[in-house]
Ligand binder design. Structure first.
Ligand SMILES: [Zn+2]
Length: 708
């Protein structure tokens, strides 16, 4: 029954996808922001699925272009530059190179990794803006905006901080509160402050070019919900992820608003109009146009026509992004593409949800991440292991979680235990029994047909899932091929048969090697490095996607190479090192976050002199029942004895306290804690880690002495 259901489901997928098959594919992956390195959340969110898809299409022989590049504009970059005392260009150069290398190291097979600070991009974005402006797409309007009088400049949203009106976080930015996640506009902030001067900004009038998104609601809704644009079927909404459609719907149903497409900043693509000096394009207008300029740069180098990928009805465009970019790729960018005219809209935007790390949200600012360049330093040449794990847990339909323990298990029991083990045994036995020659098979083995059927089924499933952007499921099918081989060897036990039935062992190893070759093909989009290694071991020069499911990929009589392990076991110590690293980060962040307490309000001398501070000697001390913090102290003030409860039990034992001289706030009104009346307070210093230390005098003084 299950099998039937599965077959029907796959049939339905197949029917859906055979609707149209254009001759070209354009794949874009979100432009990474060039003010920080890439972590596993970025990789799992956009780059890995995009790469798997691109590799799959190429393996099928489809005309595929895969573009990306650094997003190098925006206020976050100028702020970072200012903080580090560098020029914005230096910051973006640094991260462009670092990220470019990380992508290369992880086998992300961009045809081009361009950058938005490139003059070709500036020209492309400016032309685009001018074309839209001439068509009257924008509304020019004067509005009030925050302005820093000392620095004489308008403040971009990120240059303003203040208290979040929703959660009262004092460090919210003008466009967003990172604590509660609310989108804000700067004028909603309570007590706004300019990050340039630290002064309160004033409101001043400035002109901007607005995109009235509300005017595009009707066609957007039809396009997203029904896949129809200009009365033509453009895509099948059922093939879109539910959360993508859901997010678009909620934006549209909530009512779209005009959004400024220009900013008062000096870093970015200059607005190409005479009356717009010191203005640049909104970074979210300029960044997606980066896909077009990347295509242009690639076409120029390869002597191809960039328009064939953007303006031809023969081309399908797919945007791979994380869910935080849905509105930009499904609403704003389509509006400007359509308003410009002649451009294709995406046929799908398979946005991923978020990946978490060990129970917490990934965070660049809190350093809560596994950085790609650091991973490779700790696990050299293990890029495929991370690709495998991240694809296995990809947050395709809901948020998911990376843990080091799961990483180790998937490597040791799946990659090493199943895939690697199977391939290794097939190769080792072929060398042991037949000197590495692929045996001639008679194909009369009883298992032959069922192996062929299973292989074909897995191959077909894998293919259908890849077409449906279900990469997790596709990877499971690829692994099923390795499982099939592993089980086949375990069931047939050629190492026992070799003594009695060599002919049968030839059949078994012939089939096993063909299954290994199938693995090399099926895993290629996911684990390109290990597939390359396996192909080399099998002396398999070329095998395309169409050969998947066949038992005739390898030629009998050919010689294979000596076995080498495709994967290595990851030991507990390596994993605990990573966990310790995260724990150290957590501690570091906690310390940084509470390094200095904010200063209290200024007081006058009279206020201070109201305090009556005295020296006292602790005569007896005992722990307070049911409290792990409090000690009950009897203190001699000379003129009288006091009982004082003090929250120092984690730092001092009762025994240690006896005989100690302490400073007491002697005129503090008594209060009851844990059923005991505390008649004053003992002064202590507290450091950033919450450790406590008693305040003492240098030499012992008589109890009751005044402290001031
Ligand atoms: Zn908030």
């Amino acid at each position: 029954m299950l099998e039937l259901k599965r077959a029907l489901c796959i049939f339905a997928l197949f029917k859906k996808q055979s609707m149209n098959s254009p001759s070209k594919k354009l794949i874009t992956a979100a432009l990474p922001y060039a003010n920080g390195p890439i972590h596993i959340g970025h990789l799992a969110g956009a780059y890995l699925p995009a790469d798997i898809y691109a590799r799959y299409l190429r393996l099928k022989g489809e005309d595929t272009l895969f573009v990306c590049g650094s997003d190098e504009h925006g206020a976050a970059i100028t702020l970072r530059a200012k903080k580090e005392g560098k020029k914005p260009q230096e910051i973006v150069n640094q991260y462009h190179e670092l990220n470019k290398k990380a992508f290369e190291d992880f086998g992300i097979s961009f045809d081009i990794f361009h950058r938005t600070s490139d003059p070709l991009h500036h020209e492309t974005a400016q032309d685009f803006f001018l074309a839209l402006n001439e068509k009257g797409v924008f509304e020019k309007e004067e509005k009030e905006q925050f302005y820093d009088e000392e620095f004489q400049q308008f403040l971009a949203d990120r240059y303003i901080t203040g208290t979040c009106p929703k959660c009262h976080n004092p460090g919210a930015y003008g466009d967003q509160c990172e604590k509660c996640g609310s989108s804000l506009n700067p004028q909603e902030l309570i007590d706004p402050v300019s990050t340039l001067s630290g002064n309160k900004p004033i409101l001043k009038k400035t002109t901007h070019w607005f995109l009235p998104m509300q005017e595009h609601e009707t066609w957007l809704k039809e396009w997203i919900e029904e896949g129809v644009v200009d009365s033509k079927k453009q895509h099948d909404p059922k093939s879109w992820r539910k959360h993508v459609i859901g997010q678009c719907k909620s934006w549209i149903d909530g009512g779209l608003q005009a959004r400024a497409m220009t900013r008062d900043l000096d870093w970015g693509v200059k607005v190409p109009l005479k009356d717009a000096s010191n203005k640049v394009l909104y970074v979210w207008l300029d960044a997606p146009i980066g896909y077009i300029s990347a295509t242009k740069a690639w076409a120029k180098k390869e002597n191809k026509d960039w328009k064939a990928y953007w303006q031809s009805s023969e081309t399908d465009m797919v945007h791979f992004i994380g869910k935080d970019n849905i509105v930009f790729h499904c609403i704003i960018f389509p509006i400007i593409l359509k308003a410009h005219g002649n451009y294709n809209l995406p046929v799908n935007v398979p946005a991923n949800e978020f990946l978490n790390l060990e129970g917490q949200k990934l965070s660049t600012s809190r350093n809560w991440a596994v950085w790609l360049h650091e991973y490779l330093a700790d696990f050299p040449e293990k890029q495929d292991v991370l690709r495998y794990v991240l694809c296995s847990i990809a947050p395709e339909t809901k948020d998911s979680e990376f843990t080091w323990e799961d990483f180790q298990t998937r490597n040791n029991s799946e990659l090493v235990g199943i895939y690697g083990n199977f391939v290794n045994r097939a190769l080792v036995l072929t060398h042991k029994y037949f000197d590495g020659e692929i045996p001639q098979a008679k194909a009369d083995l009883s298992e032959y047909q069922s192996i062929v059927d299973s292989l074909k089924q897995y191959a077909q499933n894998c293919n259908q899932y890849l077409q449906a952007y279900r990469f997790r499921d596709a990877l499971v099918e690829a692994m099923a091929i390795a499982r099939l081989g592993n089980k086949f060897l375990a069931d047939t036990e050629p190492w026992k048969l070799i003594k009695t039935d060599e002919a049968k062992v030839k059949d078994i190893l012939f089939i096993s090697l063909q299954i290994a070759a199938n693995c090399a093909v099926a895993f290629e989009p996911f684990l390109p490095d290990s597939s390359k290694k396996l192909k080399n071991l099998l002396n398999l020069k070329s095998a395309n996607w169409e050969s998947l499911g066949s038992l005739e990929i390898l030629q009998s009589g050919n010689i294979i190479n000596k076995a080498e392990h495709l994967f290595q076991k990851i030991e507990d110590e390596q994993i605990s090192l990573q966990v310790q690293k995260l724990k150290a980060t957590e501690k570091q962040t906690r310390m940084e976050e509470k390094k200095y307490l904010p200063l209290k309000e200024m007081i006058q001398f009279d206020d201070f002199s109201k305090l009556d501070l005295r020296l006292g000697t602790v005569t007896t001390a005992e722990a307070v029942k049911k409290s792990n913090k409090l000690l009950q102290l009897d203190i001699d003030l000379g003129f009288e004895k006091r009982t004082i409860l003090s929250g120092i039990a984690k730092h001092y034992t009762a025994e240690e306290m006896v005989g100690k001289q302490v400073v007491v706030v002697a005129n503090l009104a008594p209060r009851k804690m844990m059923g005991v009346e505390s008649q004053g307070m003992v002064l202590m210093a507290e450091n950033s880690e919450g450790e406590l230390n008693l305040i003492n005098t240098e030499d012992s003084f008589e109890p009751g002495s005044n402290v001031s």
